[in-house]
Write a protein that binds this ligand. Structure first.
Ligand SMILES: Nc1ncnc2c1ncn2[C@@H]1O[C@H](COP(=O)(O)OP(=O)(O)OP(=O)(O)O)[C@@H](O)[C@H]1O
Ligand SMILES: [Mg+2]
Length: 411
């Protein structure tokens, strides 16, 4: 504001000087005085310079408005560049003005200035961009990419708020891609889990219900049949009990997944104890359990009961599913400089390679029938994985069809 008043003053003063100079020059010319004309001519030039000065200031001001716009754009770009999500800045003609580094990394780098359709051909996204530019309202669509892996994005287009200068300022729009693949995967897992759990419970429940009906009807006066059916019902109830126990155990483990255990556990005696507990099962299945321990004690930081649960399930599985091999080797090794490892190896049928990555999923079984007939719930390895995650340990599975499998826990 001050500078505006200054400019007016100066142009006013310049005008008066020019007027005086012209009058004086006319008088001098009339008088025929040469030197006076030259002096007055100089005065006119000086006045003209004075008058021009404010107009140059006006141009400078216009440039200021323009560079304000450039600053605003630079500010927007800076903010977009620092955001950890693929983002594009578009102008009102749907051309890409800027892409942030995450966008370049995720969808590939491309030259700026191009129409957005040259970067993404999804009709839903292009319609959305057009709609946002026309209506000025932010909109969102879902977009998924199949390659290289399935990714789901919530894509949003919103106008960047215009700056205070208001009219005449270019409009910009931010096109953002929020990755919701993980949320979708968890949603699917949760609903699969509920579906699986209810299915697993429904089968024994239906069996128990069926036998109760038979006992109330046709078999009412048949004590022999009643005894047999009650035996089957007890088995089904036990199965449901195991399932509920496993489910509870899983949810308890999930609750403390981030709390690392602190106990010191000597693995040699622990494995001996697990082996003793399973000798009965192994004898029933005609499998020999062979424990190989090093001379020195091997101690790890862990939760004793949970580690027992891990090795119980691995050895149980080896006996149940590797029964034909007739023996199971349990080997403890490592310690000191090398990582501590416990390997449970069976010599049974082995596991086809395509099943190995999915073994630790809840309710995943290579053969549902085989597992059910062996009283499996399909939750054992899911529990193992949870416990090992909490122990910062890994489960490594190797298997050769026809030769057997090895499950190694590496601490
Ligand atoms: N040593 C093994 N040899 C062959 N298949 C195995 C072996 N260990 C596990 N499996 C396969 O992996 C599946 C999942 O094992 P997991 O321990 O999770 O469940 P389960 O033994 O069926 O039930 P649970 O352990 O809850 O009683 C098993 O059903 C079986 O098909
Ligand atoms: Mg098991």
């Amino acid at each position: 504001m001050d500078s505006d008043t200054g400019d007016e003053e100066r142009s006013g003063r310049g005008g008066v000087i020019v007027l005086l100079a012209v009058l004086a020059a006319t008088a001098a010319a009339v008088l025929g005085v040469h030197w006076a004309v030259s002096v007055l001519f100089a005065t006119v030039v000086a006045a003209a310079v004075l008058i021009r000065a404010p107009s140059r200031r006006k141009t400078a001001e216009k440039i200021d408005v323009f560079s304000g716009e450039a600053d605003r754009l630079a500010g927007i770009k800076g903010a977009l560049a620092a955001t950890d999500m693929p983002l594009y800045l578009l102008d009102a003609r749907e051309n890409i003005v800027f892409e942030n580094p995450v966008a370049a990394k995720t969808f590939g780098e491309g030259p700026v200035g191009q129409h957005v359709s040259l970067r993404n051909r999804s009709p839903a996204i292009l319609d959305m961009v057009r709609e946002t530019i026309a209506a000025g309202k932010s909109t969102e669509v879902e977009y998924s990419e199949r390659l290289p892996s399935t990714q789901v994005y919530a894509v949003n287009c919103a106008e960047v708020a215009a700056s205070v200068q208001g009219s005449g300022v270019a409009r910009y729009f931010v096109l953002s891609f929020r990755d919701i693949s993980e949320t979708r995967r968890l949603d699917r897992m949760r609903s699969d889990f509920v579906a699986n759990a209810s299915h697993e419970l429904r089968t024994p429940l239906a069996a128990v219900g069926g036998f109760i009906e038979t006992l109330q009807g046709p078999a009412r006066k048949d004590p022999k049949a009643a005894e047999k059916f009650l035996g089957i019902m007890m088995e089904q109830v036990n199965r449901m009990n195991r399932l509920v126990d496993d489910l509870l155990s899983l949810s308890r483990l999930e609750l403390k997944a981030h709390i690392a255990p602190s106990e010191k556990v000597d693995l040699g005696p622990l494995l001996g104890q697990v082996r003793d507990g399973l000798t009965h099962l192994a004898n029933d299945l005609d499998v020999e359990l062979r424990l190989h321990l090093p001379e020195n004690p091997v101690v790890v930081t862990g939760d004793r009961d949970e580690l027992m649960q891990v090795f119980e399930n691995l050895i149980q599985n080896a006996c149940k599913y590797g029964q034909e091999g007739k023996k199971v080797d349990i080997t403890l090794g490592g310690g000191g400089e090398t990582p501590v490892e416990v390997t449970v190896r069976d010599y049974g049928q082995g596991i086809p390679a395509e099943h190995i990555p999915r073994l630790t999923e809840r309710f995943y079984r290579v053969s549902v029938e085989a597992s059910r007939s062996k009283k499996g719930t399909g939750l054992g390895l899911a529990i193992v994985k949870h416990i090992l995650t909490r122990h910062r340990a890994r489960l490594i599975v190797t298997s050769k069809e026809g030769e057997g499998s090895a499950f190694t826990v590496r601490f």
